[in-house]
Design a protein around this ligand. Structure first.
Ligand SMILES: [Zn+2]
Length: 341
């Protein structure tokens, strides 16, 4: 396999060094009843998915979540352990058997922050959110994004997340699009008696169909307060608004939608548009031109989690790949890899 050679060498060496340092330090600390957390909380990206030393990694309950995930990533890379349950059985220095490479699938993302995000950092990046789906036009939006080689964030109404859209949602995930929470019934949350239920039921609907847990939430009508942000945060959701709004839902015409977005957009912008809530042909027709024009200005089109620095979460998968499993080499570099539940 082409991916077996080059890049693994340095990582293997680094891992071995890190493991040696960690073990030595842990041994020293164990005499003084110290915590190993500080020792093991080095840069999560330093420890790559290498086969080397995987058997020597031990998960400490005092490790930070990111380190925990990284250590698991190292052990997960030792092969499709779920198939045999024999991870590490050949010993820490044993030869690698010719097992097929493990595959990984996206299962969510990890957000942070106790604010409502209106935009991202001042970089040449723009994120587009499509709200109020899944809906009859959603598959056409996914196709448009595929042809444009762009990714978007779909804020979904939980009540509409039905089995009929499962294939479309999995296609979105396979493409690298992001699924977000847009409440279950699209109420004004500031006067809703059950904010938590609105968010939780939608998470459950999306997860139930796709195995994906959203980490971003957009309040309908942009109506939110600090208590809604806190409730969302407690469910792992960042509250995401926008700073570019072409009011595409009023169907002002394709050219007007395009013109409004391009007039308002700036570095780090978050754009709101709609793939549901009515016929969205105008929006659909506008975006290939919008995306091309933004790229001509030097902007990258990214998802909202990517814009805000929220990392995707991947699990190794065997029978639960849902057709969206990818080899380790195709997992994004910034991904958190966790063991499947
Ligand atoms: Zn909406």
């Amino acid at each position: 396999m082409a991916r077996a050679a080059g890049p693994r060498g340095p990582k293997r060496a680094r891992l071995a060094v890190l493991a040696a340092i960690a073990l030595a330090a842990a041994a020293a600390l164990s005499q003084s009843a110290g915590s190993t957390a500080a020792i093991l909380s080095g840069s999560p990206r330093a420890v790559g998915p290498s086969r080397a030393g995987a058997g020597s990694i031990r998960i400490s309950s005092t490790m930070e979540p990111a380190d925990h995930a990284t250590a698991l990533a190292a052990s997960d890379a030792s092969g499709p352990s779920g198939a045999t349950g024999q991870t590490g059985a050949s010993g820490p220095t044993g030869p690698t058997s010719p097992t097929p490479p493990a595959r990984y699938r996206v299962v969510g993302c990890r957000s942070h922050g106790d604010v409502a995000y209106l935009h991202g950092p001042d970089r040449r990046e723009v994120a587009i959110g499509f709200d109020d789906g899944p809906a009859p036009d959603t598959p056409a939006f996914v196709g448009m994004l595929e042809r444009s080689r762009a990714h978007a964030t779909f804020f979904m109404i939980g009540d509409q997340v039905t089995r009929a859209y499962r294939a479309t949602m999995l296609r979105e995930l396979r493409d690298g699009d992001v699924l977000g929470d847009h409440t279950f019934t699209h109420p004004y949350l500031t006067s809703s008696p059950d904010v938590r239920g609105q968010l939780e039921d939608t998470i459950r609907a999306i997860h139930g169909l796709t195995g994906y847990t959203p980490c971003v939430f957009r309040p309908p009508y942009g109506a939110y307060d600090s208590s809604i942000i806190a409730t969302a945060r407690s469910l792992g959701l960042a509250t995401v608004l926008w700073n570019v709004d072409p009011s595409d839902y009023t169907q002002p015409g394709t050219a007007t939608i395009e013109q409004r977005v391009l007039e308002q957009v700036q570095a780090g912008s978050i754009v709101i548009s709609h793939d549901g809530g009515g016929p969205r042909g105008q929006t659909l027709a506008a975006y290939p031109k919008i995306i091309a024009a933004l790229r001509a200005r030097g902007y990258r089109i990214v998802t909202i989690p990517e814009l805000l620095g929220f990392r995707p979460v991947y699990n190794p998968c065997i029978r639960l790949c849902d057709g969206i499993g990818v080899p380790r080499s195709a997992v994004p570099r910034d991904a958190i890899i966790e063991r499947a539940p």
